[in-house]
Design a protein around this ligand. Structure first.
Ligand SMILES: Nc1ncnc2c1ncn2[C@@H]1O[C@H](COP(=O)(O)OP(=O)(O)OP(=O)(O)O)[C@@H](O)[C@H]1O
Length: 278
């Protein structure tokens, strides 16, 4: 992969340019994380941190361990070594429910939506954790459950407006083009009102125009909602344009960490992308 992507148009202003953005203290700290699957070492002694409100990218060649890292952060995988410090709280590992409760939401490399359900209903599924009424109340659509449903519906409609998908709100997701499905998946994650949003290849498979739209929405989410964003992305033009800091993995090891400019000029990173033998 070409680090400079000369043919890629500039997507947006650099993330750091927004006057409203203020990067805060470290809220997520990954310390010496190691994860193996049998004999395969997916992650070896990885440490990096994420600051509040920043856009933090994880990059690296195929199989470098990027998705595994996101899965450690949201509790899908439990590392054999290391610790995760979330807002000062130390843990050996996360669990999925605990991560969601702690305000961590994610999108997936392969779209994970209910294809037969409408855009609105898919976004409503992202509100599940916020729902307080019990199953019986919901089934009877009784008192508090009804009021709650209306409030959640309002939130879902706000997200639909924000993502500019009003025209397709009643369309089954399976009928939408790929780029719009990715946008709906972002909407479902936003419905959880996350503090930390994990995006696994949000622009994969998109054309240039769809990528520009997605970049704009990611920057707007970060800017307007103050959401901290950790993203995996293969498109270097996008990564260098929108990220505050970038961590680089290769064969499960960290080989670079810093601002886009620092990472771009890091010889280990250049070698990894050019395929220089270790
Ligand atoms: N559940 C699993 N079981 C066995 N091996 C796994 C599992 N998940 C990941 N791996 C292995 O861990 C290594 C890192 O994989 P991972 O998917 O995290 O890389 P990646 O950087 O996200 O790759 P890509 O860019 O291709 O998505 C690979 O060798 C992969 O085969």
């Amino acid at each position: 992969m070409n680090m400079n992507e000369p043919n890629e148009p500039a997507m947006n202003e650099p993330a750091a340019a927004g006057p409203a953005r203020k990067i805060g203290p470290v809220i997520l700290d990954l310390n010496n994380i190691s994860l193996s699957f049998g004999g395969v070492k997916a992650l070896t002694d990885i440490s990096f941190n994420v600051r509040q409100h920043e856009i933090r990218a994880i990059i690296g060649p195929n199989g470098a361990g990027k998705s595994s890292m996101l899965n450690v952060i949201n509790g899908v995988y439990r590392p054999q070594q290391g610790e995760i410090v979330l807002r000062g709280e130390h843990r050996k590992n996360m669990d999925c429910y605990g991560a969601a409760k702690a305000g961590i939401a994610r999108t997936f490399q392969n779209i994970a939506l209910f294809k037969g359900m409408t855009v609105l209903d898919n976004i409503m599924t992202g509100r599940n954790l916020k729902m307080k009424s019990n199953f019986l109340m919901q089934a009877l659509y009784w008192g508090p459950a009804r009021r709650e449903e209306i409030a959640h519906r309002e939130k879902a409609e706000e997200i639909i407006d924000f993502l500019e998908i009003q025209a397709i709100r009643k369309t089954p997701v399976g009928r939408l083009p790929y780029g719009l499905q990715k946008r709906v998946e972002l909407g479902r994650a936003l419905a959880a009102e996350p503090d930390i949003l994990l995006l696994d290849e949000p622009m994969a498979g998109m054309n240039v125009e769809e990528k520009q739209d997605m970049c704009r929405f990611i920057l707007d989410v970060n800017d307007q909602f103050g959401t901290t964003i950790v993203l995996i992305e293969h498109d270097m033009g996008v990564v260098m344009d929108i990220s505050d800091r970038v961590v680089v993995l290769d064969y499960g090891k960290k080989i670079g960490d810093g601002t886009p400019d620092e990472v771009r000029s890091n010889q280990n990173v250049i070698n990894a992308y050019l395929g220089v033998a270790h």
